[in-house]
Write a new protein. Structure first.
Length: 131
């Protein structure tokens, strides 16, 4: 996104955030774990450092009970295999939240169809915290 101005919006799913210079005023969604990506966390300070440089529309969300793989299908597959049946956030719920918030973001910024999901906390998704 920093190198190609044709990229109109960006999403980071629980990864380190490179310096945001060059992103400009393009929209950006951060969705990550509480442990590593809450403001003030020392595990990954990259989000805190880059946040001020994201000058366009932006949201910083964390998911309670999520681990790094909650934003992929790995937790779901691991649970289906019976390896870690008691994850705090089930694999299915992690995927449901990831899809819902990513879809709402892309609908709003690439399709011009705003979704209320990104305006603030939702009783339907108590795991998600807006920062």
């Amino acid at each position: 996104m920093r190198l190609d101005p044709r990229v109109r919006a960006g999403v980071n799913l629980d990864g380190p955030l490179l310096p945001a210079e060059g992103v400009g005023d393009r929209p950006y969604l951060l969705l990550g774990t509480e442990d590593e990506h809450s403001p003030g966390s020392t595990q990954d300070p990259s989000w805190v450092a880059a946040w001020p440089a994201l000058t366009g529309w932006k949201r910083w969300l964390t998911a309670a009970g999520a681990d790094h793989f909650s934003f992929t299908d790995l937790d779901l597959l691991v649970q289906q295999a019976g390896l870690f049946p008691d994850l705090p956030l089930t694999g299915a719920r992690g995927l449901e939240l990831t899809r819902a918030y990513t879809r709402a973001f892309l609908d709003q910024h690439l399709r011009g169809r705003p979704r209320g999901l990104l305006t603030g906390p939702s009783p339907a998704n108590p795991e998600i915290t807006f920062h």
